[in-house]
Design a binder for this molecule. Sequence first.
Ligand code: NAD
Ligand code: UDP
Length: 343
Amino acid sequence: MDVLVTGGLGYIGSHTVVALAEAGYSPIIVDNLCNSQAWIHARLEQLAGQAIPFYRVDCTDRLALAQVFEQHPNVQAVVHFAALKAVGESTRHPLEYYQNNLGSLLAVLQAMQQQHVGILVFSSSATVYGEPEKLPVTETTPLQAPTSPYGATKAMAERIIADAVQANPQLRAMALRYFNPVGAHPSARIGELPQGTPNNLVPYMTQATRGVVPDLKIFGHDYATPDGTPLRDYFHVVDLACAHVLAIDYLAKAREGLPLQFVNVGAGTPVSVLQVVETFRQATGQPLPYRFAPRRAGDVEAIWCDATLAKNLLGWQPEYTLADALLHAWKWEQTLGEQEIPA
Ligand code: NAD
Ligand code: UDP
């Protein structure tokens, strides 16, 4: 089955393209390179051992997107990753975020309808749960009002897809609500490529260890958690990639008229920032100095998921440990140090 992957050169998309190829699917990538590098494409072809069509197209460009679908009439599924994802930036440039994230989703849904493509897997986020009152979070945990335009695009996107699915029984869709994917491919050939100073914990840690950015600042150690630092649900990006493959397998067999399915994807284990630091030190043998800094605006104290539905519905469970993920992230970071524009 041909699977169109929007944002397929990005962090999660690139790992998913490899997982799709390994599972026997034929991925086709659409990416406008606004947050990725063209050379990743060659690496994906090497890892997958097959040619992977790539189109440098902006998903908000309906005409260009329709042309890609027309060139690949055997596309039966879409995995839609393409979005802007920096929470802080979204508060400064909200219109850009709504335009890009919702404009691309609408264009994808319209192209799918025109070409009678019936399977959609969408990248949603734990951000839709806000600061949950009860933990762990299940798919029935009430959603909270988004605290950023980025979060709002995810909540609105879920609503848009739910409406589209309800109006078109041939469309079967799943919104995977990711918790904290980290790490890199074990081969260290692909991984996360943050632009500028990383906002997220793990790429900041690996860059600090390589000396690219100053020492790690831990944002707040006065939270009501066992060691005072916030709790999150970190898991390996390759496991997340596999969840997309299983989602397509599931939707391909699902009955028509199925409502939009929401599925949490995370390890289901709360881990503090200090525990991530300690696990990184042990896994890599690197000292990773840090200091405490004030809380970061907008951070929730604790969130982790109950991933039972992912297991029961998709047969998904994580294969890698956090130590594996951190070691792989560090190996990837080292390759960036060796060669800035890799072949
Ligand atoms: P990423 O920025 O690495 O990948 C997104 C890719 O989409 C990039 O290659 C970018 O160039 C491309 N893109 C963006 N807008 C586009 C457009 N209009 N047309 C074509 N291509 C476009 O991000 P990621 O971490 O791989 O995230 C993928 C998806 O998962 C996003 O939707 C993100 O919101 C969601 N998500 C990510 C996380 C996380 O921790 N990384 C957590 C929850 C949800
Ligand atoms: N964090 C930190 N220092 C950093 C980056 C992140 O202490 O330089 C903390 C952040 O406050 C949060 C956790 O690490 O408690 C995870 O943050 P990240 O941005 O990776 O993910 P998210 O906030 O989306 O869960």
